[in-house]
Ligand binder design. Sequence first.
Ligand code: NOJ
Length: 740
Amino acid sequence: MYKVKISLIALAIAGIQLNAEAQRKTVNQRVDSVMRLMTLDEKIGQLNQYSGREVTGPLVKQNANMLNDIRQGKVGSMLNVQGVQNTRHVQEEAMRSRLKIPLLFGMDVIHGYKTIFPVPLAESATWDMDLIRLSAHIAAKEAAAVGLHWTFAPMVDVARDPRWGRIMEGAGEDTYLGNDIARARVLGFQGDKLGGLDAVMACAKHFAAYGAVSSGRDYNDVEMSEHQLWETYLPPFKAAVDAGAATFMSSFNTLNGVPTAASNYLQRDILKGQWKYSGFVVSDWGSIDQMIKWGYVPDKKQAALKAIISGCDMDMMSYSYIEHLKELVNTKQVSIKLIDDAVKRILAKKFELGLFDDPYRFCNEEREKAELNNPEHVKATLKVAQRSIVLLKNEASILPIQNSFKKIAVIGPLADSKRDMQGAWAGANDADRVVTLLSGLKQKIGNGVQITYTKGSTIKTNDTTGFAEAVKVAKDADLVIMALGEAYDQSGESRSRADIGLPGSQDQLFSAVQATGKPVVAVLMAGRPLIFSNIAAKANAILYAWFLGDQAGNAIADVLTGAVNPSGKLPVTFPRSVGQIPLTYNDYKTGHPYNSNVFQYQTGYIDVPNAPRYAFGHGLSYTTFKYSDLKLDRSTMRKNGKITASLTLTNTGTRAGEEVVQMYIHDPVASVVQPTKKLKGYGKVALEPGASTTIVFIINAETLSFYNQQLKWDAEPGKFKVMIGSASDDIKLQADIELQ
Ligand code: NOJ
């Protein structure tokens, strides 16, 4: 019976593969049939992308040149044209071209289109791939309903420097978690299959190593060893390829001296060569042209030459391809084969999206209206927001708010600020949809509790005129909730900060309020880890609320009141000082190990400890969990074998709660020095008070592998340490295993 089942499944899988293969063939045949009709100009046109801010919208000036290029088949894609009416209008222009090849419409739908979800770094704190996938899927549904075919997301850059403003756009510092999140987001955006009306093409960006820009300054250079590139920065891109990401975007940095849009190594050797990637690569905005500024090429023609030869298929907004590729082909500096390959990749996606069958299939006013006002989307963003919140500190279990607090003061410039809650890259956001912390609390706090609000300060300025009122309000309260942090435009692209403390006079405001002696709960909002030593030391409780999107206030109020038990865990290390950056939990070992008893000759500082303020994986709950009974089914294995590790997790508190159980591995002796620990497994589980469950991790050769000196992914025989805990700095159970 078992055998019969297996062979039926095998047949079914083979059937699906045959089907996919047949579809690919059909797409290829259809692409070839169009290619045969195309002139060189029309082919080059497919590789050209313009921004449509100037061509759409009733109030915006129409750009005659751009429209003319579209009509002549000189444009393959438009970005920033959105809305059924606008996309239809611009697509109609494309339908006036000789071959009527439909345009692709793309936009940065990063964490929601109309319904704004928590920023990606916040969502990553859920460690919940189903939720992350759901959020991407809803963003895709809304985007596809307004005529879009393509989002420039997910950003899968590993980011370890919180000064870099774009850390908010990714999954944080860890490669293993980053791989899973890359996969979840790609699958979420692309749905079951490209071509569905609820799916858009994903774009894994920014290829590659953009998260490691030196000094955290946006667009800066990246100098990186091959080992670091392969071990830490490339895997999430590979995960995106494996998940079927339709497109890739190159980055705004040079990698070891080469602009990535001109990197043969990245685009041809690795992506299209070793990884056999069949999608297409778009440059980042104007980055082909920027090769001139780098001093990499003398002029635009050379920039176009470098980019096309190196495997960049589409030029976003630098006009280099449209202006120079024809001459480069005619003078035989660029082979027509390269052009054809790029065009085929782009046309294939247009076929897969069904645009050749109906160029307007994503343009439907009714669907647009329904999807943008879908109440299910609001529920989903609330759920994701609730689970993104990280409880960093909760002295004497002051939270959830107790019934004895009858007068609550809400103070701070972020307490009632709608737009800031949506964070950067907020799609086609509508700030009026946002529920702020103040309004959320007012709705959720029971009758009989008085809430008094005062702003106290602005977010960014040094103004202190509101302090006196804030102190007065605090003095009159039983509990103070302070909403402090960054403005939405202080993280994101081009928003690097050298000082990642609280901006303006907010820290002083906190001190003034805290000096009243009233218990203070700090709710911190930002797109990055902030440094807040004063608050970390003196606040009674701290919730890290990032930028949580449209339902921010309801989500925070749910956690403050205990309707929701916080379960977020940090996807990134929170340093205590800017001087520690970059700081990660998985630092490499050194010959002078850090040991707080020894003052000298250790890998550390003489003025601050090595430990972060809050470690990767940290996050408290209103309940407590006990880890016990770690068992291995065996302690030695061969390369083709596996070890099953199981443990018991018990909710020892009085409330239901969720815990993210984390498994770290350490390889004590290896041919390449290894980090002190690497995340290699995790699981999020919900438990009722008093309940226990068994958590199981499988350890195999993959779990134990690393890139060796030959850059081969391999596991070396020897001993390994398995560590299981509730944070990278809170290991509860350990065991030794051996690979034979
Ligand atoms: C520049 C950004 O780096 C990239 O992430 C984005 O997708 C493009 N602009 C298009 O807006």
